[in-house]
Write a protein that binds this ligand. Sequence first.
Ligand code: SAM
Length: 256
Amino acid sequence: MQVTLNPQSFFYSQKRQLKNNTEQAFTSNVMRLSNGQAPHFTYFFRGDFQWKAFVKYLERHFANADKVNIYNGACSDGTEPFTLVMAIAQNLKSKIAEKFFPIKAFDLNADLVNTAKTGKIPLLPQPYTCTDLLKLKIKNRFREGNFLSYVNEQGKGKFVQFNQKTRDKIDFKQANVFTQISEMNGENSAVLLRNMWMYLEDYEQEILALRLGNKLKKGSVVVLGEYDLIASKAVEALTKNGFKGTYIDKVYEKMV
Ligand SMILES: C[S@@+](CC[C@H](N)C(=O)[O-])C[C@H]1O[C@@H](n2cnc3c(N)ncnc32)[C@H](O)[C@@H]1O
């Protein structure tokens, strides 16, 4: 069993060797090292997050907004934004759900984004960590038939093919988080940046949090993953830039 999602990973250690303190250099380092090499482990309804509670939180928190932009950064092969579409559709009335769509999903890795765009998403990506394997529940969930209205085809437990109506709720693009933030429009936003901070150097994490703090409107939220909490300085950096934890685990709100 290969364990990759931590600072001891090959990807992380390689990147550390390419230290150069200019922003241009770190962007190109990340781009080069992520070209098909970045660990992109993910799975549906990843067990490190309370998906239903989050969706209900979004509904309440943005009750007075007509439109909310959801950015799903580091979306990997699309598993995470498709999870979010299903969570929203299952738990909110369709009129309310519409204000969160389309989800703007992006990832640095062009191959993963191309997979995401096809809507044919692998169920069992490699490699796993032991902890993640224990939490892997997607096959059972699909077998229970909970999500069958979103897929056309189940590829014998190896993939699912999402239908067009579901795919239309997500815009996928290849993008680096650092450039993508500058395109955010300062409206009400929820920004998922989950299980990716640990791939960044400490100073990169500082810049990321600073830019989120500068760009996002008061009341907008940033969402982290389990590995960001245990293997990065994301929480510290966000706190320094005006974010505060909410009653939903791993969700941080911009207070000023
Ligand atoms: C472990 S996956 C996380 C997938 C998903 N967010 C989840 O939590 O299940 C990490 C992803 O981060 C992406 N990534 C790494 N650095 C990035 C950057 N600077 N900008 C955008 N995506 C990045 C990688 O390509 C990879 O797909």
